[in-house]
Design a protein around this ligand. Structure first.
Ligand SMILES: C[S@@+](CC[C@H](N)C(=O)[O-])C[C@H]1O[C@@H](n2cnc3c(N)ncnc32)[C@H](O)[C@@H]1O
Length: 295
């Protein structure tokens, strides 16, 4: 906390609220924004519509291996970390279970993580004790200009399936960055969706007292991947059923670049993870890196 306050002082933000306190106050009085959902239907977004679908995915998605996050770290070294100070402030947006957050913290960065899933954040707090984790929605977060870098990996923002909402997220990220700050975003493109889901996929898992079944279909017209999961749990001798659907949009690189530029980001660059960063098996998975330039 003391470090945060001295950081704010160095940034000329004396007297300003601690950014987390600011965010919490914002959340209490969060206005309801009019947004369009994917079908163009007007919705009201409030804390009740926080993206929390991953709460139900706890037993379905196992954590990725440590190796996966080490590769992410190597990529982020090349794309972001070499350009920011050693003890820079980094925002891990849609941090999930906090594995990357932990690696960044271990490297000496001052990290804050945000995610919409309470369950994921429970793991994150165990993985990276001492890091501040915020339960909120990337579409409505408000953060003062604080961070040297904002990173979002694991195709997390592909779950924001309306381009208007994606623009809101990018605006919020832009505000949260210091001048000259870097935003690095990983997104899975249509090339990736078609290579994995050109035909519907069925998967699942069976234990004596627990079963899940998944059906994954890609809608080429809407460019939306729909993952339907059904779980059955044997509780007190009775099978209980629950269902969850995850949606993600396969944005084209041109769409993402254009929204980043629209909100003011400069030097927008695109890196295919296999072709440009040399990670085999990751063709179509793309990093977008851009800057909030000095005025
Ligand atoms: C595939 S997981 C990736 C998590 C983490 N970045 C990683 O790579 O390990 C996607 C995460 O994004 C979060 N997420 C998606 N949309 C969100 C939103 N609008 N606001 C907050 N979190 C969101 C989910 O809750 C989930 O934890």
């Amino acid at each position: 906390m003391a470090e945060w306050l001295s950081f704010l002082t160095r940034q000329g933000l004396q007297g300003a609220c601690h950014p987390l306190r600011y965010l919490r106050v914002q959340s209490l009085f969060k206005p309801q924004h009019q947004i369009n959902n994917f079908n163009g239907v007007q919705q009201l977004m409030s804390s009740e519509t926080r993206y929390s679908d991953y709460d139900a995915m706890d037993r379905i998605f196992p954590p990725f291996s440590e190796e996966v996050y080490k590769v992410y770290l190597v990529n982020l070294e090349k794309l972001v970390l070499q350009y920011i100070p050693k003890r820079a402030h980094i925002f891990d947006l849609c941090c999930g279970r906090g594995e990357l957050t932990q690696l960044l913290q271990e490297k000496g960065y001052q990290v804050i993580g945000l995610d919409g899933s309470e369950v994921s954040l429970r793991y994150a707090r165990e993985n990276a004790p001492g890091v501040e984790f915020i339960l909120d929605d990337a579409r409505s977060l408000k953060f003062p200009s604080t961070f040297h870098a904002v990173v979002s990996i694991g195709s997390s923002l592909d779950h924001v399936i309306s381009i208007e909402e994606l623009e809101n997220v990018f605006k919020n990220v832009y505000e949260a960055l210091l001048e000259n700050g870097i935003f690095a975003l990983e997104s899975y493109s249509e090339e990736d969706a078609l290579s994995h889901y050109s035909v519907p996929i069925r998967n699942g898992h069976v234990e004596d007292d627990y079963v899940w079944i998944g059906r994954l279909t890609y809608d080429r017209e809407k460019k939306v991947l729909r993952e339907n999961y059904t779980e059955f749990q044997l509780l007190k001798g009775e099978w209980q059923r629950s269902d969850v659907t995850l949606l993600s949009r396969a944005y084209s690189p041109a769409e993402i670049q254009s929204v980043l530029k629209k909100v003011g980001f400069m030097e927008v660059r695109t890196y295919d993870e296999e072709r440009d960063l040399g990670v085999s098996g990751r063709a179509g998975k793309t990093f977008f890196v851009c800057r909030k330039l000095l005025k």
